[in-house]
Design a protein around this ligand. Structure first.
Ligand SMILES: C[S@@+](CC[C@H](N)C(=O)[O-])C[C@H]1O[C@@H](n2cnc3c(N)ncnc32)[C@H](O)[C@@H]1O
Length: 196
């Protein structure tokens, strides 16, 4: 589990390969981007890009926009840079080592998302307040979680959804809604909120 929270070394590289190739990972990431309805001109932020699979998909959607990602894992940054080499080279994609706090002062984003990261934030409300400060008014954030612990059930997905919705509300987001995707071994929940 630690290697999915913050991949390092050889085991971290293996975790990255698993995340990039596992069909349920790909589906929950593609679904999150679909829910965000990313437009060609938009600036998009991904927190915790891991191996960069969703960054590549987002770059296919925001064709005239920009995708910025932050992740504190150097191992993940290396994999994501490799996966998005061409888009990074042309300046459409920027991948930074760090967390949302390292983006203070960045140009504002239209959309932001984090997939299977929420449960690793010790203080999700303060992270989400920082995300809100980086969004344009009317900008949307999507948080997706598919519980991965041993013996996880769809009830865990429901609990995660409640926690994400509560944190979004406490951070000042409005129009909060939850979507659920049936997946194996358990469903994924995505909570979306709009910056007023
Ligand atoms: C379980 S992986 C998910 C990766 C990818 N989003 C996916 O769905 O395949 C969690 C990722 O978040 C990164 N991470 C951990 N703490 C973070 C933080 N505070 N801010 C941004 N990313 C973080 C980890 O390094 C890791 O790459």
């Amino acid at each position: 589990m630690a290697q999915f929270a913050l991949p390092t070394g050889l085991l971290g590289r293996v975790a990255g390969l698993v995340m990039a190739r596992r069909p349920s990972n790909q589906r929950r990431n593609a679904w999150t981007l679909q829910l965000l309805a990313i437009q060609p001109h938009e600036r998009v932020l991904e927190l915790g890009f891991g191996p960069g699979w969703a960054i590549a998909r987002a770059a296919m959607l925001a064709t005239r926009g920009k995708i910025v990602g932050v992740d504190p894992s150097e191992v993940m940054r290396t994999q994501a840079l490799r996966r998005n080499r061409t888009a990074v080279h042309r300046g459409q994609v920027e991948l930074r080592k760090g967390t949302v706090g390292d983006l203070a002062g960045a140009a504002p984003f239209h959309k932001a998302y984090a997939v299977n990261l929420f449960m690793f934030w010790p203080e999700p409300v303060s992270v989400l307040r920082e995300v809100a400060a980086l969004l344009v008014p009317g900008g949307v954030v999507a948080l997706t979680v598919q519980p991965r612990q041993v013996n996880a059930t769809d009830a865990d997905t429901g609990v995660a959804a409640q926690r994400m919705a509560a944190a979004l509300g406490a951070a000042g987001f409005r129009d909060i809604r939850t979507e659920v995707l049936a997946l194996r071994p358990v469903g994924a929940a995505c909570c979306l909120g709009t910056r007023p």
